[in-house]
Design a protein around this ligand. Sequence first.
Ligand code: SF4
Ligand code: SF4
Length: 436
Amino acid sequence: MTTARETFLDEKKAQACIHCGLCLGSCPTYLETGDENDSPRGRIYLMRALQEGRLPLGDTAVRHLDLCLGCRACETACPSGVRYGELLETTRDHIERHHQRSLLQNFLRRIVIERVFPHAWRTKLALFPARLLKRAGVGRLFPKFVQDSLALLPVDLREGKLPEFSYAYGTQSPNLRNGDASNGERKRRVQKRGRVGFIRGCVMNVMFGRTNENTIRLLNLAGYDVVTPRDQGCCGALHAHGGNLAAAREAARVNLAAFAHEPLDAIVINAAGCGSTLKEYGHLLANDPRAAAFSAKVQDLSEFLVAADFHHAAFRTPHPAFRVTFHDACHLSHAQRITHPPRLLVKAVAGANYVEMPESDLCCGSAGSYNLTEPGMAERLQRRKVENLLKTGAACVVTTNPGCQLQIRAGLDKAGATHIETLHLADFLERHLTVS
Ligand code: SF4
Ligand code: SF4
């Protein structure tokens, strides 16, 4: 326990909370525990008490703050505009610099999350023995914590081989309104509309390489050349959410430099968790004028495709018995407030087969690396998500974040619902495209 005192909290932003409690019903941890200390209002109270020295920085306060998913559902619900995510990030940064954690938590946070996941080759190296164990089917011989981690590993793991430049020219049109029909209906070519940058992600490209390749293909089909700079790095989300703002800023600077020389209409990302951090570089690096300009260009794949009219592309309609539902990734629906564009795209394929999921915007328990550091609560929320999903009768759930995809897949497998597919939006769209 330490009694370190320093100003880590923006008092004005914390005082924006008027204690109305309207956020409580949307907070996943409060819904599960019913404990005010596990609610947004309670946590803001704890942060202020730490700041003012009324509460020591010990296990009790840290426990309730650790249990927060950082899902920011409270921000969506808050009538007072409390920027809870910012309060949480600076508090966590303070905690990580002053609070002594257990050996296991230190290993997970400082080594696995901060030093392994942001680097593709380290992730591949670390996953190699885990994949062997999973393939051998001997996970049950290990403690539950290891079993749960193995359950998250995708069976079909493939690194993305992404070209640095991928051109729209020569791509056959998916019957978009902007398609150039001058060559005749059967040989329509995409009309080039511009050039975008693509953030491949670190974990995303190692575990979901095919999704990245499909994303680039969709962008080409929409008429955009795609630039994927080789020297880009981790977006910094893992560090920012874990309480290491200095490392997050360093990661942001690497990406500012990597994209500095390309004239781009937008910078597209297909992982919601990364997208929200990329859009907040202006806040993270407030003194660097390049940061706000970079953030202004960042767009989630779903919002970019809808703006490009891609929901009017020609898709094959699934079989009437194939029901499809959608799970809102927290960092898309709450942090970026994007809920309509991905639904528009899913419905463009599914039509009447689309079914809304109860509590679709309630966190699935993945929350970046939360399912590693807080496996107990992560599992409760995973179960809740799977129960809601099963109520829809869907054969496929679509989402926009790799962490959610892994968490829901593992939950469905645990529940014996192996027949239900979990797909990233890019894979779902690509699979159902008809290209003339
Ligand atoms: S809704 Fe906003 S103002 Fe009301 S208690 Fe929650 S955080 Fe505070
Ligand atoms: S970020 Fe999510 S878990 Fe944390 S207080 Fe807000 S709603 Fe609750």
